[in-house]
Design a protein around this ligand. Structure first.
Ligand code: BLA
Length: 504
């Protein structure tokens, strides 16, 4: 765990100044109030604590709020009201309600459009979704989503930030104002969005930082009488980590918003928005942005799944063909051409070796037989009962450096019961160039918060040339190889049986 992973963001004890927060017990006694509560109600925050909410708000308001609690049907549910006259004095507010432990938490924001924005917003979301649905690649879909969210929320810059397998992230699409320097294609270290933040963003899908320089408002008291700080995980107006505010200031950003993109239960990425100046987006429009991101996530998942299904179909066809062709051949090494042609259709590779019963055969760019024998000893010790992949052989097997000019990555398919016989696919090195935002080797400095880590100051693109590495093996390619291994194992056993039978 890094310091960043320990930064307590869900019990931060403050809201942003655009929000007013009240937390009440199950019997509606005020337990916490943000220090600015006096701007809404006729008493200061201190004086509200311990009072029944019914003594503080008009009866009709209490009735309206109570009715909304029925919408809190599951643990992470959030109920919303737009443009309601809380004090019956003509001032309209948007309201967010959720449960936090045993409390009900109410958050109020002065309403900009008095509830009238919703129809316009939903009309816009509908037409934006039409454009998204027409796209046939994830990249194009992401570009439409960035443009769409920019139109909906008015941010200067909207990015689609996609998490890689190692939790680093890449800006894969971007919509900008003229004259802004693009971040498109830049990669950011995993620590920029620490673990607990990524976990939180799966539960609470949108966060707005309306002004990175605004003074935040404390929630009173900091701890309830039973010693707990109020859990703000689902809050709409939560203040954010000072570390992250420093990061945004370093980036010369005045306001930030991000909306989660979930796919198959995972945090796939974020729609990340920046503004050079402070930028408040009202709760109605934020709710529309959240809906837009949910619909986009759904379309994205569908598109990705369709691609996977098509690939699985091809893998199945390849199998059937292989099975038919190989049963007429005497052994694995002599059918290597057939095998290579079949695999080629589902997995990309530059070289292939069959090693069976002590016989070596190679096609394309591979290690020599001598080099391969060393590698087999290593593979035998690796978890050789299933498909084994690496995109950097020399990381796992140092002697691999000796043939890096021919093979940098491998996928090994063990094809006998004992780890001894293999089909191994090789990929050549690609000197990949990764553009990091700032030097990733120096992600941190000591900052105003003492010895804690602070984000790196420079966001100048920093090129890292990755050597000795092949392109990564995709999960789909692994799946196809796994299925193929089972087929090959079947064929191999059958061939061995036949050989035995003819010897008798
Ligand atoms: C949160 N970091 C975030 C968030 C983003 C990023 C999008 C979500 C909050 C928001 O919407 O602003 C990072 N923003 C990015 C990236 C881009 C961008 C990568 O626009 C790329 C274009 N951050 C650090 C380090 C630490 C850190 C070293 O760089 C830790 C010390 C912390 N980032 C950090 C924390 C949060 C965060 C604690 C959570 C903020 C919160 O929700 O309270």
């Amino acid at each position: 765990m890094t310091n960043c992973d320990r930064e307590p963001i869900h019990v931060i004890g403050h809201v942003q100044p655009f929000g007013i927060l009240l937390a009440v017990s199950p019997d509606w006694i005020v337990g916490h109030a943000s220090a600015n509560a006096g701007t809404l109600m006729p008493a200061d925050a201190d004086a509200l604590i311990g009072q029944p909410l019914s003594a503080l708000l008009p009866a009709q308001t209490i009735h309206d709020l109570r009715a909304r609690l029925q919408m809190l049907t599951h643990e992470d549910a959030i109920a919303r009201l737009f443009g309601i006259d809380l004090m019956r004095d003509g001032r309209l507010y948007d309201v967010s309600i959720h449960r936090s432990a045993r409390n009900y938490v109410f958050e109020f924001e002065a309403s900009v459009n008095g509830g009238g924005q919703r129809v316009q917003d939903s009309e816009l979301v509908r037409s934006l979704m039409g454009r998204i649905q027409r796209q046939t690649t994830v990249e194009r879909m992401a570009r439409e989503a960035a443009r769409g969210l920019k139109a909906l929320t008015g941010f200067d810059r909207v990015m689609v930030y996609r998490f890689n397998e190692d939790d680093t992230g890449t800006v894969m699409a971007e919509a900008l104002e003229p004259g802004q320097a693009p971040f498109l294609g830049l990669r950011y270290p995993a620590s920029d969005i620490p673990k607990q933040a990524r976990a939180l963003y799966k539960r609470n899908l949108l966060r707005l930082i309306a002004d990175v320089n605004a003074e935040t408002v404390p929630i009173l008291p900091t701890h309830s009488p039973d010693g707990h700080a109020l859990d703000l995980s689902l809050s709409a107006t939560r203040a954010v980590s000072p570390i992250h505010l420093e990061y945004l200031r370093n980036m010369e950003v005045g306001a930030s918003m991000s909306v989660s993109i979930l796919s198959k239960g995972k945090l796939w990425g974020l729609l990340a928005c920046h503004h050079r100046e402070p930028h408040y987006v009202d709760y109605e429009t934020r709710s529309a942005a959240e809906l837009f991101a949910q619909l986009f996530s759904y379309e994205l998942t569908q598109l990705e799944m369709n691609g996977e299904l098509a690939e699985m179909d091809r893998a199945r066809e390849m199998h059937d063909r292989l099975l038919a062709q190989m049963t007429s051949q005497p052994d694995v090494t002599s059918s290597l051409d057939t095998i290579a042609k079949a695999i080629e259709e589902v997995v990309e590779f530059d070289g292939i070796v069959a090693y069976w019963d002590g016989q070596f055969r190679a096609i394309g760019s591979t290690p020599t037989e001598e080099e391969f024998l060393g590698l087999v000893r290593f593979l035998n010790t690796a978890q050789a009962s299933s498909v084994f992949t690496t995109d950097c052989i020399s990381n796992r097997y140092p002697a691999g450096a000796g043939f890096v000019d021919r093979a940098a990555g491998l996928m090994a398919l063990p094809i006998s019961r004992q780890p001894r016989d293999y089909i191994v696919l090789f990929r050549r090195e690609i000197a990949r160039s990764v553009s990091w935002a700032g030097n990733p080797e120096k992600p941190v400095e000591v900052g105003p918060n003492g010895q804690r880590l602070t984000p790196r100051r420079s966001f100048e693109a920093w090129q890292e040339i990755v050597r000795g590495t092949s392109s990564p093996w995709r999960p789909n390619e692994r799946r196809a190889a796994d299925a193929l291994r089972v087929t090959l194992l079947e064929i191999v056993l059958k061939l061995a049986d036949e050989a035995n039978a003819s010897r008798k």
